[in-house]
Design a protein. Structure first.
Lengths: 257, 257
DNA sequence: CTTATATTCCACAGATCTATGACATTGCCC
DNA sequence: GGGCAATGTCATAGATCTGTGGAATATAAG
Protein backbone atom coordinates (compact mmCIF):
# COMPACT_ATOMS: atom_id res chain seq x y z
CA UNK A 1 0.00 0.00 0.00
CA UNK A 2 2.00 2.95 -1.19
CA UNK A 3 1.24 6.16 0.59
CA UNK A 4 3.33 8.22 -1.76
CA UNK A 5 6.42 8.53 0.38
CA UNK A 6 10.01 8.19 -0.61
CA UNK A 7 10.18 4.70 0.85
CA UNK A 8 7.53 3.54 -1.57
CA UNK A 9 9.59 4.70 -4.47
CA UNK A 10 12.46 2.49 -3.51
CA UNK A 11 10.08 -0.31 -2.85
CA UNK A 12 8.90 -0.05 -6.41
CA UNK A 13 12.44 -0.04 -7.72
CA UNK A 14 13.14 -3.11 -5.64
CA UNK A 15 10.55 -4.90 -7.74
CA UNK A 16 12.99 -4.49 -10.57
CA UNK A 17 15.87 -5.50 -8.36
CA UNK A 18 14.06 -8.70 -7.56
CA UNK A 19 14.38 -9.73 -11.18
CA UNK A 20 18.13 -9.46 -11.32
CA UNK A 21 18.82 -11.14 -8.01
CA UNK A 22 18.61 -14.54 -9.61
CA UNK A 23 21.24 -15.62 -12.12
CA UNK A 24 18.79 -17.46 -14.32
CA UNK A 25 16.56 -14.44 -14.54
CA UNK A 26 19.45 -12.34 -15.72
CA UNK A 27 20.16 -15.00 -18.25
CA UNK A 28 16.56 -14.95 -19.41
CA UNK A 29 16.47 -11.19 -19.57
CA UNK A 30 19.67 -11.12 -21.53
CA UNK A 31 18.25 -13.56 -24.05
CA UNK A 32 15.07 -11.55 -24.33
CA UNK A 33 17.07 -8.45 -25.13
CA UNK A 34 18.20 -10.23 -28.27
CA UNK A 35 14.90 -11.59 -29.48
CA UNK A 36 11.52 -12.74 -28.30
CA UNK A 37 11.15 -16.42 -27.51
CA UNK A 38 8.65 -18.96 -26.35
CA UNK A 39 8.76 -20.35 -22.85
CA UNK A 40 9.85 -23.61 -24.31
CA UNK A 41 12.80 -22.04 -26.09
CA UNK A 42 13.76 -20.05 -23.01
CA UNK A 43 13.65 -23.08 -20.77
CA UNK A 44 15.82 -24.99 -23.19
CA UNK A 45 18.29 -22.15 -23.61
CA UNK A 46 18.76 -21.68 -19.87
CA UNK A 47 18.54 -25.30 -18.83
CA UNK A 48 15.47 -24.77 -16.68
CA UNK A 49 12.44 -26.98 -16.34
CA UNK A 50 9.27 -25.67 -17.82
CA UNK A 51 7.53 -24.82 -14.62
CA UNK A 52 10.61 -23.19 -13.16
CA UNK A 53 11.17 -21.10 -16.23
CA UNK A 54 7.56 -20.10 -16.24
CA UNK A 55 7.77 -19.08 -12.60
CA UNK A 56 10.79 -16.91 -13.29
CA UNK A 57 9.05 -15.33 -16.21
CA UNK A 58 6.11 -14.51 -14.00
CA UNK A 59 8.41 -12.68 -11.63
CA UNK A 60 9.78 -10.73 -14.54
CA UNK A 61 6.33 -9.99 -15.80
CA UNK A 62 5.19 -8.71 -12.45
CA UNK A 63 8.07 -6.30 -12.52
CA UNK A 64 6.86 -5.30 -16.01
CA UNK A 65 10.22 -6.01 -17.54
CA UNK A 66 8.80 -8.43 -20.03
CA UNK A 67 5.64 -8.62 -22.08
CA UNK A 68 3.97 -11.50 -23.80
CA UNK A 69 2.33 -12.26 -27.05
CA UNK A 70 0.27 -15.31 -27.67
CA UNK A 71 0.47 -17.27 -30.85
CA UNK A 72 -1.76 -20.27 -30.87
CA UNK A 73 -0.88 -22.43 -27.96
CA UNK A 74 2.46 -20.80 -27.47
CA UNK A 75 3.42 -17.69 -25.54
CA UNK A 76 6.25 -15.49 -26.68
CA UNK A 77 8.05 -13.33 -24.19
CA UNK A 78 9.96 -10.21 -25.07
CA UNK A 79 11.77 -7.42 -23.26
CA UNK A 80 9.30 -4.68 -22.43
CA UNK A 81 11.14 -1.88 -24.12
CA UNK A 82 14.48 -0.40 -24.86
CA UNK A 83 14.96 0.73 -21.24
CA UNK A 84 15.06 -2.88 -20.17
CA UNK A 85 17.93 -3.60 -22.50
CA UNK A 86 19.66 -0.46 -21.39
CA UNK A 87 19.36 -1.62 -17.81
CA UNK A 88 20.75 -5.03 -18.60
CA UNK A 89 23.60 -3.36 -20.42
CA UNK A 90 24.29 -1.14 -17.43
CA UNK A 91 24.29 -4.19 -15.21
CA UNK A 92 26.80 -5.92 -17.44
CA UNK A 93 28.98 -2.83 -17.65
CA UNK A 94 28.93 -2.49 -13.90
CA UNK A 95 29.85 -6.11 -13.51
CA UNK A 96 32.78 -5.83 -15.84
CA UNK A 97 33.94 -2.64 -14.22
CA UNK A 98 33.65 -3.64 -10.60
CA UNK A 99 33.77 -7.42 -10.39
CA UNK A 100 37.19 -8.76 -11.14
CA UNK A 101 35.61 -12.20 -11.35
CA UNK A 102 33.65 -11.22 -14.42
CA UNK A 103 36.72 -10.13 -16.27
CA UNK A 104 38.49 -13.26 -15.15
CA UNK A 105 35.79 -15.49 -16.52
CA UNK A 106 35.80 -13.61 -19.79
CA UNK A 107 39.53 -13.72 -20.00
CA UNK A 108 39.61 -17.42 -19.26
CA UNK A 109 37.71 -18.00 -22.48
CA UNK A 110 39.74 -15.58 -24.49
CA UNK A 111 37.13 -12.87 -24.48
CA UNK A 112 39.06 -10.72 -22.07
CA UNK A 113 39.82 -7.09 -22.60
CA UNK A 114 43.04 -7.94 -24.34
CA UNK A 115 44.37 -6.14 -27.23
CA UNK A 116 43.79 -4.96 -30.73
CA UNK A 117 41.27 -7.69 -31.37
CA UNK A 118 38.44 -5.26 -30.88
CA UNK A 119 36.89 -3.02 -33.45
CA UNK A 120 34.96 0.02 -32.32
CA UNK A 121 31.61 0.84 -33.82
CA UNK A 122 33.05 3.96 -35.39
CA UNK A 123 35.87 2.00 -36.95
CA UNK A 124 33.48 -0.60 -38.28
CA UNK A 125 31.34 2.03 -39.92
CA UNK A 126 34.45 3.55 -41.41
CA UNK A 127 35.75 0.34 -42.87
CA UNK A 128 32.41 -1.07 -43.87
CA UNK A 129 31.86 2.06 -45.90
CA UNK A 130 34.87 1.28 -48.02
CA UNK A 131 33.91 -2.36 -48.33
CA UNK A 132 37.03 -3.64 -46.65
CA UNK A 133 35.31 -5.91 -44.19
CA UNK A 134 32.61 -8.52 -43.92
CA UNK A 135 30.35 -8.09 -40.93
CA UNK A 136 29.37 -11.41 -39.43
CA UNK A 137 26.47 -12.01 -37.07
CA UNK A 138 27.33 -15.23 -35.26
CA UNK A 139 24.22 -15.39 -33.09
CA UNK A 140 21.45 -17.92 -33.66
CA UNK A 141 19.30 -17.16 -36.67
CA UNK A 142 16.26 -16.11 -34.62
CA UNK A 143 18.28 -13.33 -33.08
CA UNK A 144 19.60 -12.24 -36.42
CA UNK A 145 16.06 -12.15 -37.72
CA UNK A 146 14.92 -10.07 -34.76
CA UNK A 147 17.48 -7.41 -35.55
CA UNK A 148 20.94 -7.15 -36.98
CA UNK A 149 23.48 -4.70 -38.27
CA UNK A 150 22.49 -3.66 -41.77
CA UNK A 151 24.46 -5.62 -44.30
CA UNK A 152 25.68 -8.19 -41.81
CA UNK A 153 25.75 -11.82 -42.79
CA UNK A 154 24.12 -14.40 -40.56
CA UNK A 155 26.47 -17.23 -39.81
CA UNK A 156 25.72 -18.77 -36.42
CA UNK A 157 28.75 -20.00 -34.59
CA UNK A 158 27.51 -23.58 -34.66
CA UNK A 159 27.61 -23.57 -38.45
CA UNK A 160 30.78 -21.60 -38.82
CA UNK A 161 33.10 -24.49 -39.44
CA UNK A 162 30.80 -26.06 -41.98
CA UNK A 163 30.28 -22.87 -43.89
CA UNK A 164 33.75 -21.43 -43.80
CA UNK A 165 33.97 -21.73 -47.53
CA UNK A 166 31.34 -19.06 -47.99
CA UNK A 167 33.68 -16.40 -46.74
CA UNK A 168 35.98 -14.46 -49.00
CA UNK A 169 39.49 -15.10 -47.68
CA UNK A 170 40.58 -11.75 -49.00
CA UNK A 171 38.40 -9.70 -46.70
CA UNK A 172 38.78 -9.14 -43.01
CA UNK A 173 35.91 -10.42 -40.91
CA UNK A 174 34.36 -8.44 -38.08
CA UNK A 175 32.18 -10.69 -35.94
CA UNK A 176 29.67 -9.57 -33.37
CA UNK A 177 27.30 -11.28 -31.00
CA UNK A 178 25.12 -10.43 -28.02
CA UNK A 179 27.40 -8.12 -26.17
CA UNK A 180 30.48 -7.86 -24.04
CA UNK A 181 29.50 -10.85 -21.95
CA UNK A 182 28.76 -13.06 -24.88
CA UNK A 183 31.34 -15.54 -26.02
CA UNK A 184 30.09 -16.30 -29.48
CA UNK A 185 32.02 -13.67 -31.41
CA UNK A 186 35.35 -14.25 -29.65
CA UNK A 187 35.04 -17.95 -30.32
CA UNK A 188 34.16 -17.32 -33.92
CA UNK A 189 37.18 -15.09 -34.30
CA UNK A 190 39.41 -17.71 -32.77
CA UNK A 191 38.09 -20.28 -35.18
CA UNK A 192 38.54 -18.00 -38.17
CA UNK A 193 42.06 -17.11 -37.19
CA UNK A 194 42.95 -20.72 -36.75
CA UNK A 195 41.99 -21.09 -40.39
CA UNK A 196 44.25 -18.26 -41.40
CA UNK A 197 41.58 -15.65 -41.93
CA UNK A 198 41.87 -12.12 -40.66
CA UNK A 199 39.14 -11.62 -38.07
CA UNK A 200 38.32 -9.37 -35.16
CA UNK A 201 35.42 -8.81 -32.78
CA UNK A 202 33.18 -5.81 -32.70
CA UNK A 203 33.16 -4.15 -29.32
CA UNK A 204 29.86 -4.86 -27.64
CA UNK A 205 26.98 -6.48 -29.44
CA UNK A 206 23.73 -5.71 -31.13
CA UNK A 207 21.94 -4.22 -28.11
CA UNK A 208 24.68 -1.65 -27.65
CA UNK A 209 24.65 -0.94 -31.36
CA UNK A 210 20.95 -0.25 -31.18
CA UNK A 211 21.33 1.78 -28.00
CA UNK A 212 23.91 3.92 -29.72
CA UNK A 213 21.17 4.94 -32.10
CA UNK A 214 22.60 3.11 -35.07
CA UNK A 215 20.34 1.52 -37.65
CA UNK A 216 19.10 -2.01 -37.18
CA UNK A 217 17.58 -4.23 -39.81
CA UNK A 218 15.08 -6.93 -39.04
CA UNK A 219 14.07 -9.79 -41.23
CA UNK A 220 14.96 -13.17 -42.55
CA UNK A 221 18.40 -14.50 -42.94
CA UNK A 222 20.12 -14.37 -46.22
CA UNK A 223 22.90 -16.86 -46.73
CA UNK A 224 26.44 -15.59 -46.52
CA UNK A 225 27.69 -14.64 -49.96
CA UNK A 226 31.27 -15.13 -50.86
CA UNK A 227 32.61 -11.82 -52.02
CA UNK A 228 30.69 -8.71 -52.98
CA UNK A 229 29.27 -6.66 -50.11
CA UNK A 230 25.61 -7.62 -50.10
CA UNK A 231 22.93 -5.03 -50.47
CA UNK A 232 20.66 -4.91 -47.48
CA UNK A 233 17.20 -6.24 -48.06
CA UNK A 234 15.53 -6.30 -44.66
CA UNK A 235 12.54 -4.36 -43.47
CA UNK A 236 12.65 -1.92 -40.60
CA UNK A 237 10.97 -3.62 -37.70
CA UNK A 238 9.08 -2.60 -34.62
CA UNK A 239 12.23 -1.81 -32.68
CA UNK A 240 14.10 -0.03 -35.38
CA UNK A 241 13.42 3.68 -34.90
CA UNK A 242 12.29 4.57 -38.35
CA UNK A 243 15.61 4.08 -40.03
CA UNK A 244 15.59 2.85 -43.55
CA UNK A 245 17.76 -0.19 -43.99
CA UNK A 246 21.21 0.83 -45.01
CA UNK A 247 24.16 -1.31 -45.79
CA UNK A 248 27.64 -0.65 -44.59
CA UNK A 249 28.29 1.94 -47.23
CA UNK A 250 25.44 4.11 -46.07
CA UNK A 251 25.64 3.56 -42.35
CA UNK A 252 26.27 6.63 -40.31
CA UNK A 253 26.84 7.35 -36.68
CA UNK A 254 23.62 8.42 -35.04
CA UNK A 255 24.12 9.95 -31.66
CA UNK A 256 27.67 9.05 -30.74
CA UNK A 257 27.87 7.27 -27.46
CA UNK B 1 33.30 -22.02 -7.34
CA UNK B 2 33.26 -20.56 -10.78
CA UNK B 3 34.44 -22.89 -13.50
CA UNK B 4 34.41 -20.25 -16.15
CA UNK B 5 31.09 -21.08 -17.73
CA UNK B 6 28.33 -18.78 -18.81
CA UNK B 7 26.29 -19.61 -15.72
CA UNK B 8 29.03 -18.23 -13.52
CA UNK B 9 28.89 -14.92 -15.30
CA UNK B 10 25.27 -14.47 -14.43
CA UNK B 11 25.98 -15.63 -10.94
CA UNK B 12 28.46 -12.82 -10.59
CA UNK B 13 26.01 -10.29 -11.94
CA UNK B 14 23.46 -11.57 -9.47
CA UNK B 15 25.78 -10.36 -6.74
CA UNK B 16 25.00 -6.91 -7.98
CA UNK B 17 21.34 -7.72 -8.26
CA UNK B 18 21.36 -8.74 -4.64
CA UNK B 19 22.13 -5.17 -3.71
CA UNK B 20 19.13 -3.68 -5.43
CA UNK B 21 16.63 -6.25 -4.27
CA UNK B 22 16.15 -4.44 -0.99
CA UNK B 23 14.52 -0.99 -0.95
CA UNK B 24 16.74 0.33 1.77
CA UNK B 25 19.84 -0.67 -0.10
CA UNK B 26 18.66 1.22 -3.14
CA UNK B 27 18.06 4.16 -0.88
CA UNK B 28 21.56 3.87 0.53
CA UNK B 29 23.11 3.52 -2.89
CA UNK B 30 21.21 6.51 -4.14
CA UNK B 31 22.48 8.58 -1.26
CA UNK B 32 26.02 7.41 -1.84
CA UNK B 33 25.83 8.49 -5.45
CA UNK B 34 25.43 12.01 -4.17
CA UNK B 35 28.17 12.09 -1.56
CA UNK B 36 30.12 9.88 0.77
CA UNK B 37 28.73 9.50 4.28
CA UNK B 38 29.43 7.80 7.54
CA UNK B 39 27.44 4.79 8.65
CA UNK B 40 25.87 6.96 11.27
CA UNK B 41 24.68 9.49 8.73
CA UNK B 42 23.41 6.79 6.43
CA UNK B 43 21.49 5.06 9.16
CA UNK B 44 19.90 8.34 10.16
CA UNK B 45 19.05 9.28 6.59
CA UNK B 46 17.37 5.98 5.86
CA UNK B 47 15.80 5.39 9.24
CA UNK B 48 17.72 2.20 9.87
CA UNK B 49 19.31 1.05 13.09
CA UNK B 50 23.06 1.02 13.16
CA UNK B 51 23.54 -2.69 12.98
CA UNK B 52 21.00 -3.07 10.22
CA UNK B 53 22.52 -0.29 8.18
CA UNK B 54 25.93 -1.77 8.68
CA UNK B 55 24.70 -5.15 7.53
CA UNK B 56 23.25 -3.66 4.38
CA UNK B 57 26.46 -1.83 3.72
CA UNK B 58 28.38 -5.07 4.03
CA UNK B 59 26.20 -6.62 1.38
CA UNK B 60 26.93 -3.66 -0.85
CA UNK B 61 30.59 -3.91 -0.14
CA UNK B 62 30.72 -7.58 -0.98
CA UNK B 63 29.23 -6.72 -4.33
CA UNK B 64 31.99 -4.10 -4.67
CA UNK B 65 29.51 -1.36 -5.26
CA UNK B 66 30.78 0.73 -2.38
CA UNK B 67 34.15 1.44 -0.89
CA UNK B 68 35.16 2.78 2.47
CA UNK B 69 37.52 5.27 3.94
CA UNK B 70 38.33 5.48 7.59
CA UNK B 71 38.71 8.76 9.37
CA UNK B 72 39.43 8.35 13.01
CA UNK B 73 36.76 6.29 14.56
CA UNK B 74 34.37 6.82 11.72
CA UNK B 75 33.99 4.96 8.42
CA UNK B 76 32.87 6.78 5.33
CA UNK B 77 31.18 4.89 2.55
CA UNK B 78 31.12 6.01 -1.03
CA UNK B 79 29.93 4.67 -4.36
CA UNK B 80 32.71 2.64 -5.94
CA UNK B 81 32.87 4.52 -9.19
CA UNK B 82 30.91 6.25 -11.85
CA UNK B 83 29.52 2.98 -13.19
CA UNK B 84 27.66 2.48 -9.96
CA UNK B 85 25.88 5.79 -10.34
CA UNK B 86 25.17 5.02 -13.94
CA UNK B 87 23.59 1.77 -12.89
CA UNK B 88 21.45 3.44 -10.27
CA UNK B 89 20.40 5.98 -12.86
CA UNK B 90 19.48 3.21 -15.26
CA UNK B 91 17.46 1.55 -12.54
CA UNK B 92 15.57 4.76 -11.87
CA UNK B 93 14.99 5.37 -15.55
CA UNK B 94 13.69 1.87 -15.97
CA UNK B 95 11.39 2.32 -13.01
CA UNK B 96 9.95 5.51 -14.37
CA UNK B 97 9.54 4.03 -17.80
CA UNK B 98 7.99 0.74 -16.87
CA UNK B 99 6.38 1.04 -13.46
CA UNK B 100 3.30 3.18 -13.53
CA UNK B 101 3.43 3.25 -9.75
CA UNK B 102 6.64 5.20 -9.78
CA UNK B 103 5.21 7.90 -11.95
CA UNK B 104 2.09 7.93 -9.80
CA UNK B 105 4.07 8.49 -6.65
CA UNK B 106 6.06 11.24 -8.28
CA UNK B 107 2.96 12.84 -9.65
CA UNK B 108 1.24 12.68 -6.30
CA UNK B 109 3.87 14.99 -4.95
CA UNK B 110 3.86 17.28 -7.90
CA UNK B 111 7.09 15.96 -9.33
CA UNK B 112 5.34 14.17 -12.14
CA UNK B 113 6.25 14.46 -15.76
CA UNK B 114 3.91 17.38 -16.22
CA UNK B 115 4.63 20.31 -18.36
CA UNK B 116 6.97 23.16 -19.05
CA UNK B 117 8.26 23.18 -15.51
CA UNK B 118 11.35 21.38 -16.62
CA UNK B 119 14.53 22.88 -17.97
CA UNK B 120 16.86 20.75 -20.02
CA UNK B 121 20.56 20.77 -19.40
CA UNK B 122 21.18 22.35 -22.75
CA UNK B 123 18.68 25.08 -22.02
CA UNK B 124 20.22 25.74 -18.65
CA UNK B 125 23.66 26.14 -20.13
CA UNK B 126 22.21 28.46 -22.72
CA UNK B 127 20.47 30.70 -20.25
CA UNK B 128 23.14 30.56 -17.58
CA UNK B 129 25.62 31.79 -20.15
CA UNK B 130 23.64 34.98 -20.56
CA UNK B 131 23.19 35.37 -16.83
CA UNK B 132 19.42 35.14 -16.96
CA UNK B 133 19.01 32.54 -14.29
CA UNK B 134 20.17 31.61 -10.82
CA UNK B 135 21.05 27.96 -10.43
CA UNK B 136 20.03 26.64 -7.05
CA UNK B 137 21.30 23.44 -5.46
CA UNK B 138 18.66 22.50 -2.91
CA UNK B 139 20.33 19.36 -1.61
CA UNK B 140 21.93 19.18 1.82
CA UNK B 141 25.20 21.04 2.09
CA UNK B 142 27.35 17.90 2.24
CA UNK B 143 26.09 16.88 -1.14
CA UNK B 144 26.70 20.31 -2.56
CA UNK B 145 30.22 20.16 -1.21
CA UNK B 146 30.80 16.75 -2.76
CA UNK B 147 29.96 18.10 -6.18
CA UNK B 148 27.72 20.70 -7.72
CA UNK B 149 27.03 22.52 -10.93
CA UNK B 150 29.64 25.24 -11.38
CA UNK B 151 28.24 28.55 -10.26
CA UNK B 152 25.28 27.03 -8.45
CA UNK B 153 24.23 28.41 -5.10
CA UNK B 154 23.73 26.07 -2.18
CA UNK B 155 20.38 26.59 -0.55
CA UNK B 156 19.11 23.40 1.02
CA UNK B 157 15.38 23.03 0.88
CA UNK B 158 15.09 23.05 4.64
CA UNK B 159 16.50 26.57 4.75
CA UNK B 160 14.74 27.85 1.71
CA UNK B 161 11.92 29.65 3.47
CA UNK B 162 14.26 31.31 5.93
CA UNK B 163 16.66 32.50 3.27
CA UNK B 164 14.25 33.51 0.57
CA UNK B 165 15.44 37.08 0.90
CA UNK B 166 18.84 36.18 -0.46
CA UNK B 167 17.40 35.55 -3.90
CA UNK B 168 17.11 38.26 -6.51
CA UNK B 169 13.41 38.43 -7.37
CA UNK B 170 14.30 39.66 -10.82
CA UNK B 171 15.98 36.45 -11.95
CA UNK B 172 14.41 33.15 -12.76
CA UNK B 173 15.50 30.32 -10.52
CA UNK B 174 16.43 26.89 -11.80
CA UNK B 175 16.56 24.40 -8.96
CA UNK B 176 18.09 20.94 -9.09
CA UNK B 177 18.48 18.09 -6.66
CA UNK B 178 19.45 14.42 -6.71
CA UNK B 179 17.68 13.29 -9.80
CA UNK B 180 14.35 12.44 -11.30
CA UNK B 181 13.24 10.52 -8.25
CA UNK B 182 14.18 13.25 -5.82
CA UNK B 183 11.51 15.55 -4.53
CA UNK B 184 13.64 18.37 -3.23
CA UNK B 185 13.77 20.53 -6.32
CA UNK B 186 10.08 20.23 -7.18
CA UNK B 187 9.20 21.20 -3.64
CA UNK B 188 11.59 24.09 -3.74
CA UNK B 189 10.06 25.29 -6.97
CA UNK B 190 6.60 25.03 -5.51
CA UNK B 191 7.67 27.11 -2.53
CA UNK B 192 9.34 29.72 -4.69
CA UNK B 193 6.35 30.02 -6.97
CA UNK B 194 4.07 30.40 -4.02
CA UNK B 195 6.17 33.42 -3.16
CA UNK B 196 5.73 34.87 -6.60
CA UNK B 197 9.17 34.02 -7.95
CA UNK B 198 9.76 32.51 -11.33
CA UNK B 199 11.21 29.06 -10.80
CA UNK B 200 11.62 25.78 -12.65
CA UNK B 201 13.32 22.45 -12.10
CA UNK B 202 16.30 21.18 -13.97
CA UNK B 203 15.61 17.85 -15.61
CA UNK B 204 17.43 15.16 -13.69
CA UNK B 205 19.95 15.92 -11.00
CA UNK B 206 23.62 16.18 -10.38
CA UNK B 207 24.52 12.55 -11.13
CA UNK B 208 22.99 12.83 -14.58
CA UNK B 209 24.75 16.14 -15.10
CA UNK B 210 28.03 14.48 -14.29
CA UNK B 211 27.22 11.45 -16.40
CA UNK B 212 26.56 13.75 -19.31
CA UNK B 213 30.17 14.77 -19.07
CA UNK B 214 29.44 18.27 -17.85
CA UNK B 215 31.78 20.00 -15.42
CA UNK B 216 31.29 19.55 -11.71
CA UNK B 217 32.75 21.68 -8.98
CA UNK B 218 33.54 20.36 -5.55
CA UNK B 219 34.19 22.34 -2.45
CA UNK B 220 32.70 24.27 0.38
CA UNK B 221 29.45 26.08 0.28
CA UNK B 222 29.33 29.74 -0.39
CA UNK B 223 26.25 31.51 0.84
CA UNK B 224 23.71 32.52 -1.73
CA UNK B 225 24.38 36.04 -2.91
CA UNK B 226 21.54 38.34 -3.83
CA UNK B 227 22.16 39.51 -7.33
CA UNK B 228 25.35 39.24 -9.30
CA UNK B 229 26.17 35.81 -10.65
CA UNK B 230 28.93 34.59 -8.34
CA UNK B 231 32.28 33.52 -9.68
CA UNK B 232 32.98 29.91 -9.00
CA UNK B 233 35.62 29.22 -6.40
CA UNK B 234 35.59 25.47 -5.83
CA UNK B 235 38.37 23.00 -6.39
CA UNK B 236 38.09 20.14 -8.77
CA UNK B 237 37.71 17.05 -6.65
CA UNK B 238 38.49 13.42 -6.98
CA UNK B 239 35.39 12.75 -8.98
CA UNK B 240 35.56 15.71 -11.27
CA UNK B 241 37.38 14.50 -14.35
CA UNK B 242 40.00 17.18 -14.66
CA UNK B 243 37.64 19.98 -15.51
CA UNK B 244 38.63 23.37 -14.32
CA UNK B 245 35.86 25.01 -12.37
CA UNK B 246 33.72 27.08 -14.65
CA UNK B 247 30.69 29.12 -13.88
CA UNK B 248 27.62 29.19 -16.02
CA UNK B 249 29.13 31.55 -18.52
CA UNK B 250 31.92 29.15 -19.38
CA UNK B 251 30.06 25.91 -19.10
CA UNK B 252 29.95 23.88 -22.25
CA UNK B 253 28.30 20.71 -23.31
CA UNK B 254 30.76 17.89 -23.06
CA UNK B 255 29.62 14.74 -24.78
CA UNK B 256 25.99 15.29 -25.45
CA UNK B 257 23.90 12.58 -24.02
C1' DC C 1 45.90 1.23 30.37
C1' DT C 2 41.01 2.87 30.55
C1' DT C 3 37.07 5.00 28.68
C1' DA C 4 34.15 6.44 25.05
C1' DT C 5 32.61 6.27 20.31
C1' DA C 6 31.69 4.32 15.83
C1' DT C 7 31.42 0.02 13.50
C1' DT C 8 31.37 -4.66 12.66
C1' DC C 9 30.36 -9.42 13.88
C1' DC C 10 27.21 -13.03 15.60
C1' DA C 11 23.34 -15.92 16.64
C1' DC C 12 18.55 -16.56 16.12
C1' DA C 13 13.65 -16.32 15.11
C1' DG C 14 10.51 -15.00 11.53
C1' DA C 15 9.75 -14.02 6.74
C1' DT C 16 10.68 -14.78 1.90
C1' DC C 17 12.39 -17.22 -2.06
C1' DT C 18 13.27 -21.62 -5.00
C1' DA C 19 12.67 -25.81 -7.46
C1' DT C 20 9.57 -29.24 -8.59
C1' DG C 21 5.88 -32.30 -9.70
C1' DA C 22 0.92 -32.60 -9.88
C1' DC C 23 -2.97 -30.36 -11.52
C1' DA C 24 -5.69 -26.64 -13.93
C1' DT C 25 -6.11 -23.63 -18.27
C1' DT C 26 -6.17 -22.19 -22.86
C1' DG C 27 -6.31 -22.59 -27.71
C1' DC C 28 -5.84 -25.74 -31.83
C1' DC C 29 -7.41 -29.57 -34.51
C1' DC C 30 -10.40 -33.27 -35.75
C1' DG D 1 -17.01 -31.97 -27.60
C1' DG D 2 -12.55 -34.74 -26.91
C1' DG D 3 -7.67 -34.94 -27.16
C1' DC D 4 -3.13 -32.54 -27.38
C1' DA D 5 0.44 -29.37 -26.41
C1' DA D 6 2.24 -25.41 -24.26
C1' DT D 7 1.72 -22.70 -20.14
C1' DG D 8 0.24 -21.14 -15.70
C1' DT D 9 -0.85 -22.25 -10.75
C1' DC D 10 -0.23 -24.43 -6.34
C1' DA D 11 1.51 -26.67 -2.23
C1' DT D 12 5.60 -27.95 -0.06
C1' DA D 13 10.08 -28.84 1.73
C1' DG D 14 14.56 -26.82 1.92
C1' DA D 15 17.51 -22.79 1.48
C1' DT D 16 18.37 -17.89 2.02
C1' DC D 17 17.54 -13.37 3.72
C1' DT D 18 16.22 -9.79 7.47
C1' DG D 19 16.14 -7.21 11.65
C1' DT D 20 17.99 -6.97 16.11
C1' DG D 21 20.30 -6.77 20.46
C1' DG D 22 24.47 -7.64 22.49
C1' DA D 23 29.35 -8.89 22.22
C1' DA D 24 33.76 -7.93 19.93
C1' DT D 25 37.01 -4.48 17.41
C1' DA D 26 39.30 -0.47 16.32
C1' DT D 27 40.67 4.38 17.12
C1' DA D 28 41.19 8.58 19.78
C1' DA D 29 41.68 10.87 23.95
C1' DG D 30 42.81 10.92 28.70
Amino acid sequence: MPDGGRADLYEQLARIGKVVVHPKRIDLLDLLCQAERSVEALAAATGLKFSTASAHLQVMRQARLVETRREGTRVYYRAAGEEVCRFVTALGDLGRARLAEVDQILRAIGAGSESAEWVTRAELLERARSGEVVVLDVRPVEEYAAGHIPGALSLPLEHLEARLGELDPGLEVVAYCRGPLCLLAPEAVATLRARGLRARCLEDGLPEWRQAGLPVTTGAERPAASSSPPSAAGRSGRDAPATAPVDGSEARLGRPR
